[in-house]
Structures are given as C-alpha cells and as structure tokens.
Design a protein around this ligand. Sequence first.
Ligand SMILES: NC(=O)c1ccc[n+]([C@@H]2O[C@H](COP(=O)([O-])OP(=O)(O)OC[C@H]3O[C@@H](n4cnc5c(N)ncnc54)[C@H](O)[C@@H]3O)[C@@H](O)[C@H]2O)c1
Ligand SMILES: O[C@H]1[C@H](O)[C@@H](O)[C@H](O)[C@@H](O)[C@H]1O
Length: 336
Amino acid sequence: MSTLGIAVIGTGKMGADHVRRIGRTVGGARVVAVADPDGDRAGRVAAELDGAGAYTDPAAALAAPGVEAVLIASPGPAHEEAVLHALERRLPVLCEKPLTPDAAGALRIMEAEQRLGRRLVQVGFMRRHDAEYEELKQLLDAGGIGRPLFLHCRHRNASSPAFFTSDMLISDSVVHEVDAARWLLGQEVTAVSVLSPTPSSAAPEGLRDPRLVLLETSGGTVVDVEIFVNCGFGYQVQCEAVGESGSARIGDGHAMVVQGAGRWGGEIAQDFTVRFAEAYDRQLRRWVAAAGHGRVAGADAWDGYAAAAVSEAGLAAARSGVRTPVELVERPPLYR
Ligand SMILES: NC(=O)c1ccc[n+]([C@@H]2O[C@H](COP(=O)([O-])OP(=O)(O)OC[C@H]3O[C@@H](n4cnc5c(N)ncnc54)[C@H](O)[C@@H]3O)[C@@H](O)[C@H]2O)c1
Ligand SMILES: O[C@H]1[C@H](O)[C@@H](O)[C@H](O)[C@@H](O)[C@H]1O
C-alpha cells in the first residue's frame, strides 16, 4: 500500500504529538521531513523516525524528497507563510488552528487557492472530528431539540503557556468555539461582545483571564463562551445547546465515577491531548485519506477566514467594550 509522505512544520507540543499519531495510530502516511527553527528540537523528533530529514527552514522541508502533503503546527503568526509556500508547490495542507490570527492573512490564502482553482487547505479545528460534537451536530441537524436559541460553552485550561497573551484567549482559544458554533448551527457569527471580570489571582500578571465572549449569529442564536485558561483544576470543554423543544449537553466527561468515604467523583482530563485524543486521530485519518485525492475533510480556508474575522471583531470588542459587528467578504464560489 502506498503511503502519503508528510512534512511537519513546527515540532513543539502539538507538532510532536501529531508526528507520534502519524507513526502509531494513523495508517497510510509517514513523516518524511520535519522543520523547526529550533534545530535541536527538530532533530530529536526526526531521530524517532525512520529516515526523516530535519530542517530549520520550513521551505527546505517542503522541498525534501518524498513530500506529498504538509502538516503545519508552528505558532499562528507563522501559518500564512508556510501555507502559501505549500500552495506554491500544490501540496495538500493540514494547518493547525487558527489558520491565521488575522482575517487579511486568511484572505491571502483563499486568494492563492482560488488562483489554483482547488481547495487544498484544511484547518485543524478538531472538534468537528470529536464523537460528542458530531453527535450534537446530528441532533441539531435532525431538529431534535427544535430551533437552537442558545449555545452555552465553557472552555477551561488548567494553565496557560508562558507566551499566552490576553488577545490569545480570543484568537487562539475561543476561536475553537467560533468554529464549533458556525459548524454546529450552520450559521455565520455576525457580532461579538466581550466582558472581562477582575482577573483570577491565579492568572499571570497582566493576563485578562477569564473572559466571557458573546457571539450573535445570522440565524438569531446567541452563543456565550466562558474562557478561563488558568482554572487550575483541569481541561474542560463543554457545550449545552438549548432549543425550542429541548436541550443537549456534551463535554461532562465519561470517566469512571468512584463512590467512597462520603464522596463521589471521577477524574478531569488535564490537557487537550487527552480530552481530544480520538478527535486528533480521526482528523488525521480523514485528512490523510482526503489529501491523497486532493480534497479536504474538515474546516476549509473559508472556515479559517470566517473564524479569524470573528476573532478580529472579538479583539476590537474587548478593547472598546462595545458590541462589534463581524464584516465578512462575499463567500467565493470555490467555498460554496
Ligand atoms: N488543535 C488543538 O487543540 C491545539 C492544541 C495546541 C496547539 N494548537 C496549535 O498548534 C500550533 C502550535 O502550538 P504548540 O502548542 O505546539 O506550540 P509550541 O510552542 O509548543 O510549538 C511551536 C513550535 O513551532 C516552532 N516555530 C516557531 N516559529 C516557527 C516557524 N516560523 N516555522 C516553523 N516552526 C516554528 C517553535 O520553535 C516550536 O517548536 C498553534 O497554532 C496552536 O494554536 C492546537
Ligand atoms: O492552542 C490551545 C489549543 O487550541 C487548545 O485546544 C485550547 O484549549 C487552548 O486554549 C489553546 O491555547
């Protein structure tokens, strides 16, 4: 059986995790090159692989022998350049979220794809591949709880990395809920408001954590998102949909519940690599299968662009304290 040769750009936490998944749990693909400006890190990841080249320059990794597809797991601001290089080579791309932190960068990627006349870019919005999210979408699509009125979302991380900024609570974290809401509801987000309480005393100095983000949608649904990236106790991603005739909730965790000594309870995942392990596997398997045929199997560049436009409006709303409308360009035919 032929296998898809993948170059992985960025070998930090997520890139190294994807490399392990491609080797262990995803069939039909192999990593043939990795790139990271931190050459030691790239070298350590490549050393675990059979014959993969390690590079400090992403462009050199894309030009390496056997590269047929690209997985980008560098920080968000570096995504645009890497995606455009991959498109110049007509390579299918799985780009970690956010596609770009800003709408203008995502538009440039869409323009490059339109010049090629093909969609080659998939965005790593992995919740679209999570079994619980898929079940909720099926229920909503089937009208199982009637017209959706609210999505109540909670997104909590045990702690944030040192490089995390107040803007990233919106552009790097809430961007997941933006995509999930657009996908679950089949609607665009039209306006954003942000409320920021007095920061938690556990938040690093200067970080506006937590925040409450309100999204209004084209179909009149209201989505509230609590984002709290230093909650201390674990990784929690929950979503309750409330419709005209019922409600449905996902993300409560399904670990064993233990009762004893006047208490009952279970464990909370500490990290996204645990909570979304199966979703990352499924995302990779679907992408590998689709990329082999020049297709995408998940969020595309339009979805990446729409999410970036909502993030931009969210950042403006957070600064001004004023409800901010989302301006989208007309959806090009390639993405309809
Ligand atoms: N889908 C998810 O649940 C999820 C989870 C975590 C991270 N992410 C995303 O994955 C990406 C990486 O996040 P991370 O947590 O692994 O960060 P990280 O800091 O652990 O790793 C980033 C790596 O990219 C390297 N890098 C920096 N600039 C680069 C460039 N120009 N080209 C190539 N590599 C470069 C860094 O040296 C580092 O090794 C981000 O886009 C992040 O939002 C997604
Ligand atoms: O980059 C990470 C990742 O996307 C996680 O899924 C999310 O929970 C974090 O908030 C974010 O910082």
